[in-house]
Structures are given as C-alpha cells and as structure tokens.
Design a protein around this ligand. Structure first.
Ligand code: PXP
Length: 245
C-alpha cells in the first residue's frame, strides 16, 4: 500500500501572491498530517517563489511525520539541506522560467556531480531520491549515483489522453519493476489528481506518492484536512480495474 506525501508549495504560492503572512504553510502542514499525510514535501526553489527559508526551518521543527525537501542539485541547496537535515532530499531539475518542474533530472548526463552531492547528503544521514523520467537509462544512472530512492515522474501519464494513458501507465509499471530490480526504492508523483491517482497507487512496488496541486485546489472547497483524507483513501484503497476495456 502506498503512503501519501503532501506537497504544500501551493499554499505558499497564495501567500507570496501578496507577499504577506497568510496563508502560512507551517500550520497547514499540521492540518495535512491530521488528515493522514504520511509526509510533508516542500520545494525550496532557487528563486524562492513560494516556500521561503523560514518555512523550511519552522517545518523542520514542527513536522511530526516526515519532511521531504525537493531541491535543485546545487551547492547552495546542498548546504541548506545539510543544515536543516530533512528526512529525505529529492533532487529535481529546476529552470527559472518554468511554471513547475518540467522533466525528470538527467542523471545520466550529470553522473559525476550528482554522485558527489548524493554521497555528501547520504554521508550526513539524509536519504536521497532522484526525480527521474520512467526510463531505464535514468534508473541505471540513478543506481550508479549511489542514491537509494528514485521518484518516478508521472507527468506524462497525467497529461496523456485515452489509449496513451495506458501506455504511460505501463511505462511506470515497468520502470517500477526495473528500479526495484536495481535495488532502488520507488516513489512517484507530479500531476496526479483525484481522477487519475488510483491506477498509479495500484502499481506494485511504489512506496509513496507525492501530491500537491490537486490537494491544495480541493482544500479550497472542503478544507485541507478533508482534502488529504479523501486523497489518502484513494491512495490506500485504489480501484484495480483496467483503465480501458
Ligand atoms: N514530485 C515532484 C518531484 C515535484 O516537483 C512536484 C511538484 O512540485 C510534485 C511531486 C507534486 O506535483 P503536483 O503539484 O502536480 O501534485
């Protein structure tokens, strides 16, 4: 059964839209935990467009589940992670002009520098996950980098229509099996919604789904605690019917 990591970046987005103090993602993390979040995820971007350094420090002091820090593979971010000591670091690609994280990290192309950061973080007792597209080349490179986890990018599945969605789901299923055969532990996320999450939650071998935007969007209607509770039910008890047919 997969667990649920709740990404609260979009709460900070609303605050930063007015550069004020509300809504504050720190107490909202507690509401997510009360709704059943198994972990809280934040992305400290280099441009600080949503989560701020102060949020990260306060979340480290208050999150009682697990704190997963998404960050770019840069020296500045590694320094922050070594100071804050989150329960996991997920390395993601970052481009300033993007609306959200677009593709997976190209671990194969940056093997040496990524391995150096993975070694440094893991030597400090922080497990590292690499956010990668569900393709063998990236999984093999992730394994060589020494990371113990990967997070499979579910964006292509989430954006696909009809028959292509089955194909993308098969890719995620195969990539999960391949990663596990390499000894990697597997999370997944990006673009998952209340409508499309169940097929991914039913993939054998995925340990945690990281979900943000759809939960924060739903929370406007029903409150964050209830929005997390509804998502947790789908993640833990997905329908196991084929997508089509
Ligand atoms: N996983 C990673 C690595 C991400 O970068 C994001 C987006 O911040 C998510 C999961 C969550 O994606 P979404 O907000 O679309 O659920």
């Amino acid at each position: 059964m997969a667990s649920l990591g709740v990404n609260i970046d979009h709460i900070a987005n609303v605050r930063q839209a007015r550069q004020t103090v509300e809504p504050d993602p720190v107490p909202m993390a507690l509401m997510a935990e009360l709704g059943g979040a198994d972990g809280i995820t934040v992305h400290l971007r280099e441009d600080r467009r949503h989560i701020q350094d102060r949020d990260l420090e306060l979340l480290r002091a208050t999150v009682r589940s697990r704190l997963n820090l998404e960050m770019a593979a840069t020296l500045e971010m590694v320094g922050i992670a070594l100071k804050i000591k989150p329960d996991m670091v997920t390395l993601v690609p970052e481009r300033r002009e993007e609306v959200t994280t677009e593709g997976g990290l190209d671990v194969a192309a940056q093997q040496g520098s990524i391995k150096g950061m993975v070694d440094q973080l893991q030597a400090a007792g922080i497990p590292v996950s690499l956010f990668v597209d569900p393709v063998s080349q990236q999984l093999e490179a992730s394994c060589k980098s020494g990371a113990r986890w990967v997070e499979l990018h579910t964006g292509a599945y989430a954006e696909a229509c009809w028959a292509d969605q089955s194909l993308q789901l098969a890719r995620l299923t195969e990539a999960t099996a391949r990663a596990r055969s390499l000894g990697l532990r597997v999370n997944a996320g990006h673009g998952l919604t209340y409508q499309n999450v169940e097929a991914v939650a039913a993939i054998e071998g995925i340990e945690e789904l990281n979900i943000g935007h759809t939960i924060v969007a739903r929370s406007i209607a029903v409150g964050l605690q209830e929005a997390v509770r509804e998502m947790k039910r789908l993640v833990q008890n997905p329908r196991r019917e084929p997508l089509f047919g």
